[in-house]
Design a binder for this molecule. Structure first.
Ligand SMILES: [Zn+2]
Ligand SMILES: [Zn+2]
Length: 212
């Protein structure tokens, strides 16, 4: 049984998710901790719950979703995994971060690249990678069928969708990704987005003005 702990980190208020199960192995998704206070908050939770962090998954390499990757590498010796098509965002991440007053201390190389439809395994748990471009190349959603939840990164939010005005953004492609990869999931699937509150596939099917 996977437990999901949500942290809201950095100036972009990204949702950083820690997923762990009864084995106490944990993975982090979108490590966004950007200063010592946030790093301590994360590390304290991991330690006080007796968790062992084993993987670091990045839904896409926009700066708000990678700010903590250097800390995860230095503290836990774990490098990030993301889709290869998302890699080019890292070339400009430092400059982009600086314009928002955020400092990137380092950009670790990928441990490996995620493949569409692969199963990310840890402990007794797994998540399926769903490639869903349109907000950004190489964006992935992470789906758990057994418990019925999906982490959507910046692909879809509660009653909203990811912006498409950044490099590689494509509105029609994003809508197509949402239709094909997310709206094909059961209505009671809980959605954990990259920003903002959780929602469900059924709620979005009904009330999301972009995809109704
Ligand atoms: Zn993004
Ligand atoms: Zn974001």
């Amino acid at each position: 049984m996977i437990t999901i702990k949500t942290f809201v980190f950095n100036a972009f208020m990204v949702n950083t998710y820690l997923l762990y199960d009864e084995t106490r192995e944990a993975i982090i998704v979108d490590a966004g901790c950007a200063d010592e206070y946030e790093e301590n908050k994360l590390a304290d939770f991991i330690e006080s719950n007796g968790l062992k962090l084993v993987r670091n998954i990045t839904t896409h390499c926009h700066v708000d979703h990678i700010l903590g990757n250097a800390f995860i590498e230095s503290q836990y010796n774990i490098r990030p995994e993301y889709h290869k098509a998302s890699g080019p965002f890292l070339f400009t991440a430092k400059e982009v971060a600086a314009t928002f007053g955020q400092e990137i201390t380092g950009i670790p190389e990928a441990e490996r690249f995620l493949e569409d439809e692969e199963m990310i395994k840890w402990g007794a748990s797994e998540l399926k990678v769903l490639l869903a471009p349109g907000h950004a190349d190489g964006s992935v959603c992470l789906y758990n069928k057994e418990q019925g939840f999906v982490l959507t990164g910046d692909v879809m939010f509660a009653e909203s969708i990811g912006r498409t005005d950044l490099p590689s953004g494509n509105y029609n492609l994003l809508i197509e990704s949402i239709q094909e990869k997310l709206l094909t999931l059961p209505d009671n699937t809980i959605v954990y987005p990259g920003h903002g509150p959780e929602t469900s596939i059924g709620h979005e099917r009904k009330y999301n003005p972009f995809i109704r």
